[in-house]
Design a protein. Structure first.
Length: 105
């Protein structure tokens, strides 16, 4: 479905996304203000960023195969060594591109 929103379609779409996103973010803060911070909840919140990363990376790895795995591994190693996300991003993308160029994917 491709609806023409006119000259202001891009602005309408951005505003609609912002209008949907803002209440979700604020609602999360509001909701967590009413949840007692027990040791169990604390452990869940500490594990959440890792779970989000795995949920994001695993489908890419499954779809793209060896080049993606090499790129992810290089980015992880680069992050551990340099502690710089930008350097890790560049290293991971370069490694994946070289792996794909070498015929691994």
């Amino acid at each position: 479905m491709n609806a023409d929103l006119g000259a202001y379609g891009t602005y309408i779409a951005i505003f609609a996304m912002a209008a949907a996103t803002y209440p979700m973010r604020v609602g999360g803060y509001w909701l967590m203000a009413h949840v007692p911070l027990t040791p169990r909840v604390q452990r869940i919140l500490e594990a959440l960023p890792g779970a989000v990363i795995v949920a994001t990376v695993l489908p890419i790895l499954a779809r793209e195969g060896a080049p993606a795995g090499i790129g992810i591994a290089v980015a992880l190693i680069s992050t551990l060594i340099r502690r710089n996300d930008f350097v890790a991003l560049i290293a991971g993308v370069a490694a994946a591109a070289l792996a794909r160029h070498a015929g691994l994917g």
